[in-house]
Design a binder for this molecule. Structure first.
Ligand SMILES: [Zn+2]
Length: 113
């Protein structure tokens, strides 16, 4: 059985020195365990945000169309007015959700230091 050799590496993210198997290769980035976990967390959140954004964008377009369809009518009934209000509210809720995820990412990025 071959012994595993550990070499000192410098994390490009936190600048800490750590040991890892495998010689440091110029141009190849190896992060320390902590930063790897942190960066993975950030990536997962960013992916979630992206998925969310594309989903919301589609929903946004649908909602905008619904609002538009209601507004082009000559006489907007009270019920239509309520629907418009409800749809507008929904757009705001989605916006909040997006901002919440962005905040989480920013918080994680602050922890890096
Ligand atoms: Zn690090």
């Amino acid at each position: 059985m071959r012994e595993r050799t550990f070499y000192p590496h410098k994390c490009p993210h936190c600048n800490k020195t750590f040991e890892a198997s495998g010689k440091p290769v110029p141009g190849m980035t190896i992060y320390c365990k902590q930063c790897t976990q942190l960066l993975m967390k950030i990536k997962t959140l960013e992916r979630k945000l992206q998925q969310d954004a594309s989903l919301i964008q589609k929903e946004d377009a649908e909602i905008a169309e619904q609002i538009n369809n209601l507004l082009v009518r000559e006489n907007i009934s009270e019920k239509d007015q309520q629907i418009v209000t409800a749809l507008t509210k929904k757009l705001k809720v989605d916006e909040k959700r997006r901002k919440k995820i962005l905040k989480e990412i920013k918080k994680l990025q602050k922890e890096e230091k």
